[in-house]
Design a protein around this ligand. Structure first.
Ligand code: SF4
Length: 363
């Protein structure tokens, strides 16, 4: 065991030295995962890199890319008397007029759950109430949402629905790659579900390069090192640097669940706009569990604070400190935009770890 630790430590030291002293062509890496953004900051990895290696945070935080119109829909349903169930981050995201936290202060029934099946349990517990789960996320969380709906159907539950804003990553990769010459640090947990086939195809057919990365210091440093080294050949490439979790085919069970319960749809991404085929909605077979259909939710305005620059930050066009509200009117305690609310958001990462300079944190 000690020998393995020693070997890992030596490899980390070699990677640190390479990345610190790199003096070749500028390399632009985009981490398309909010957890990567936060871990890279928290571990002090940015401070290790040569100025010739630029890390750009992309649209990889599901809460951050979800528009204000979705919050408006959830607030509307809460005001109709539904129990709204959600993961915690969404509660404080501003809507056009109110966040869910503000609606709760007005008496709405908003509850934080840790899994979609918890929302289903709540529906079984309160058969006289309608329970809506806010289904927001990428392929990482979508199978769990599909499972809850499938269970609800099998059990004949009539008071459980999803309000969906599920998204898939492929179109986002294409949108970002077209705008910038980037190498992606692909999100390990998304590709644990969908596999690496699409990454390989993006490299071979569309010239889009990337490396799938895990989340530890060792995994992140290894992935960044591989990306920088591969970039030297000036050829499109793909490397799976997280093979202990991610396979070529991904999770067959997870993919089968998504295919059974959901179908592709167009979706709005904050900063990018509407992209065809970049979302998932409930299929006809599960339409009775679609909150929009069951409650005839009207179309919402979805107006965001015009001073907030989340949209540009999510495209890597500017950094959080470029926003005049950053750290002043907008902090994690009093967030103006989704990127500061979310525990995966770029603004919150800059706020929490922006002064990180202690490179030893990598160890
Ligand atoms: Fe929006 Fe706040 Fe980030 Fe500015 S600092 S872009 S207001 S979330």
């Amino acid at each position: 065991m000690e020998q393995v630790q020693q070997q890992v430590r030596q490899e980390i030291e070699r990677a640190k030295e390479y990345l610190r002293n790199y003096d070749g062509e500028q390399v632009n890496l985009m981490e398309v995962c909010g957890t990567h953004t936060h871990e890279i900051f928290r571990l002090g990895i940015r401070s290790l890199l040569s100025p010739k290696i630029r890390l750009i945070s992309g649209p990889g935080c599901p809460v951050c890319v979800t528009g204000a119109d979705f919050i408006d829909e959830a607030v509307y349903l809460a005001k109709q008397g539904a129990i709204i169930t959600t993961f915690g981050d969404l509660v404080r995201v501003p809507g056009t007029k109110q966040s869910l936290a503000e609606a709760r202060a007005d008496g709405a029934d908003i509850r934080v759950v840790y899994a979609p099946v918890d929302a289903l349990d709540l529906a079984l517990q309160y058969p006289e109430r309608q329970v809506v789960f806010l289904s927001v996320g990428f392929e990482t969380t979508t199978p769990a949402e599909c499972l809850a709906v499938k269970m609800a159907k099998e059990q004949g539950v009539r008071n459980f629905t999803l309000l969906t804003a599920n998204k898939t990553m492929l179109q986002a990769y294409r949108a970002m790659a077209n705008k910038n010459k980037l190498i992606f640090l692909y999100p390990g947990h998304v590709h644990a579900i969908i596999g690496t086939g699409i990454c390989r195809e993006l490299a071979e057919r569309e010239g889009i390069s990337g490396v799938v990365s895990g989340f530890t210091a060792y995994e992140l440093l290894a992935a960044i090192t591989v990306a920088v080294k591969k970039a030297q050949a000036n050829e499109p490439f793909f490397v799976n640097a997280y093979p202990r979790v991610v396979s070529e085919e991904g999770s067959l069970a997870g993919k089968a669940l998504m295919e059974e319960v959901m179908v592709p749809c167009s979706a709005y991404w904050r900063g990018i706009g509407v992209m065809e085929g970049s979302g998932l909605a409930l299929s006809d077979a599960y339409a009775e569990f679609d909150a929009r259909k069951r409650f005839a939710v009207p179309e919402m305005e979805g107006r965001e604070n015009p001073a907030c620059r989340c949209g540009e930050i999510l495209q890597g066009k500017c950094l959080p400190p470029d926003c005049p509200l950053f750290g002043k009117a907008c902090t994690p305690e009093h967030a103006v935009g989704a990127c500061m609310v979310s525990g995966e958001g770029t603004c919150s990462a800059f706020y929490l770890y922006g002064n990180t300079t202690v490179e030893e944190k990598v160890l």
